[in-house]
Write a protein that binds this ligand. Structure first.
Ligand SMILES: *Cc1c(COP(=O)(O)O)cnc(C)c1O
Length: 430
C-alpha cells in the first residue's frame, strides 16, 4: 500500500478549518470512501501528492486542464502578466484579446461577458433569458448539473408537470417553483410541457453533452427538437457548455451538433486553469446586459488580467491544427483498449467517449441517455475499481458519476499503462 500519511494529517487539520476539510464537496472522497490525497504539484499528465506518490491524472481539475498541468505557454503567460499587477477593476487589453480570439473562432456567438466561475455564468444567463423574454420559469433536465445556482439545485418532484424539489437545504420553495425538471432525451415531455406553459417559460437550459452525472449522450434529434420548440414558443435555448465548451472542439457541442443556441455558458477550459466563466450570445441578446441594457450583472474580479492571459494561452493552443483530432485519437485508444477486454471477458460494463471525455459504468446498456438508467447500486463496484486504480497510480475524479478527461499531455504510453490498470481492476472486482 502506498503511504498517504502526510495527506491524512493535512486532511485531519483541514477538517477543523473548512467544512468536511474541503472547499468543494466532491473532493472529500465521500462517494468512494477513504481519505483524499493533497496535491503538491502537477506537470503534464501527472500529479504528485504530499507523500510524493505520482498519478496519471484523468480528473484534470474536473476538465479545465486540456493541455495538462503547468503547461509552459500557460505558465509563461501567467508569470509575464502577473509582473504588471494582478487586478485593476478597469478594462485591460487582455479582455479584448481573449474575447476576440473566442468570437473570431466560434460561429455561434457574437458578444461575450466574462465572469469568474461556471455557476456565475449560468446564474447570469438565466437572468438574461428572463430579462429578454419577460418570463420567469426555466426548464432543466434531470441529470444535468449547472453549478450551485439556487433555482437549479432541484430534482424532479412527483406529479405530472414536475416542479422541482430542492436538493439542498437553504433554497426557498418559491425559487424551486420557477424550475421545471424533465427527463433527458424525451421529446414528448418537452413538447407537452411547452404546449401548456410556454407563456411562463423563459428558457430551456441543458448540458448538450451531459457530463456531470455520468456521460449521458443525447440524440441529435432531441437537441434539434429543443431548438425548434424554443424558436416556436419564444423560449431561449441555453447550452451550458461549461464542460463541453472548447472540449469536444473549439465550438463545443453547438459546433459538433451544428445547433445555434440562444445563449452559451462557458467555464473550466476557458480560463486555462484560472477562475473564469463567461456567457455569450448574439449582439442583440447581449445588449440587454448592463451597462447597455437593463439586465444587471457585475464582478469586481471579472475579466481578471492574469486569468485572461491564461485563458488566451490555452485557447490559442487549442486552435492549432489537428489539436482536437489528436485528443480524440488518444481517448479512442483508451476506450477501445478497455472495451476489447470487457467484451472478451463478457463483463456488464460499458465504456464510451465523446471527444476527449470518457466514462465507464456498470451497465448492460452500451450508451446511457437518461439519469435514471444509472444503477446507483453498482457504485460500490466503482469505489473498489477506484481504489485499485489509485494504488496503481491512476487518478480519477473520486465518484462513479464523474467523467474522465484526456489532455494533450497524456502520451500513448500513459494511455497503454492506464488500459492495463483499468482491465486489471475490472478483473479484480468482477
Ligand atoms: C462545472 C460546471 C458548472 C459550474 O461551474 P463552477 O465553475 O464549478 O461554478 C456549471 N455547469 C456545468 C455544465 C459544469 O460542468
Amino acid at each position: 500500500m502506498k503511504n498517504h500519511s502526510n495527506s491524512a494529517q493535512l486532511f485531519e487539520k483541514a477538517k477543523t478549518l473548512m467544512p468536511g476539510g474541503v472547499n468543494s464537496p466532491v473532493r472529500a472522497f465521500k462517494s468512494v470512501g477513504g481519505t483524499p490525497v493533497f496535491i503538491k504539484k502537477g506537470k503534464g499528465a501527472y500529479i504528485t501528492d504530499e507523500d510524493n506518490n505520482e498519478y496519471i491524472d484523468y480528473c484534470c481539475s474536473w476538465g479545465p486542464l486540456i493541455l495538462g498541468h503547468a503547461n509552459e505557454d500557460v505558465e509563461k503567460a501567467i508569470i509575464e502578466t502577473v509582473k504588471n499587477g494582478t487586478s485593476f477593476g478597469a478594462p485591460t487589453a487582455l479582455e479584448n484579446q481573449l474575447a476576440d480570439l473566442i468570437i473570431a473562432n466560434h460561429s455561434y456567438i457574437e458578444k461575450i461577458r466574462f465572469v469568474s466561475s461556471g455557476t456565475e455564468a449560468v446564474m447570469s444567463a438565466l437572468r438574461l433569458a428572463r430579462g429578454v423574454t419577460g418570463k420567469s420559469k426555466i426548464i432543466k433536465f434531470e441529470g444535468c448539473y449547472h453549478g450551485h445556482v439556487d433555482s437549479l439545485l432541484v430534482k424532479a418532484g412527483s406529479g405530472l408537470i414536475t416542479f422541482g424539489e430542492s436538493t439542498s437545504a437553504g433554497v426557498p420553495e418559491s425559487f424551486t417553483n420557477e424550475t421545471i425538471v424533465l427527463p433527458l432525451n424525451d421529446e414528448d415531455a418537452v413538447s407537452s410541457t411547452l404546449e401548456k406553459l410556454h407563456h411562463q417559460i423563459a428558457a430551456i437550459i441543458i448540458e448538450p453533452i451531459p457530463a456531470n452525472n455520468g456521460l449521458l449522450l443525447q440524440s441529435h434529434k432531441f437537441l434539434l427538437h429543443l431548438r425548434e420548440l424554443c424558436t416556436k414558443y419564444n423560449v431561449l435555448l441555453i447550452f451550458d457548455e461549461v464542460i463541453s465548451g472548447f472540449r469536444v472542439g473549439f465550438e463545443g457541442a453547438a459546433g459538433l451538433y451544428k445547433i445555434q443556441p440562444d445563449i452559451i455558458t462557458f467555464g473550466k477550459i476557458i480560463g486555462g486553469g484560472m477562475p473564469v466563466g463567461a456567457y455569450a450570445s448574439s449582439h442583440e441578446i447581449m445588449n440587454h446586459v448592463s451597462p447597455v441594457g437593463n439586465v444587471y450583472q457585475a464582478g469586481t474580479l471579472s475579466g481578471n488580467p492574469v486569468a485572461m492571459a491564461a485563458g488566451y494561452a490555452q485557447l490559442h493552443a487549442c486552435l492549432q491544427e489537428d489539436f482536437y483530432h489528436h485528443l480524440q485519437h488518444k481517448a479512442d485508444l483508451l476506450v477501445d483498449g478497455v472495451k476489447k477486454h470487457i467484451e472478451q471477458k463478457g463483463y456488464e460494463i460499458t465504456i464510451y467517449n465523446i471527444g476527449s471525455i470518457f466514462w465507464f459504468a456498470f451497465s448492460d446498456m452500451t450508451h446511457l441517455t437518461r439519469a435514471d438508467q444509472i444503477n446507483a447500486g453498482k457504485m460500490t463496484l466503482f469505489a473498489k475499481v477506484y481504489h485499485h486504480l489509485f494504488e496503481e497510480g491512476i487518478y480519477f475524479g473520486p465518484s462513479g458519476y464523474e467523467v474522465g478527461f484526456v489532455s494533450a499531455a497524456h502520451t500513448e504510453a500513459d494511455i497503454q499503462k492506464t488500459i492495463k490498470a483499468i482491465c486489471n481492476a475490472f478483473d479484480k472486482v468482477m
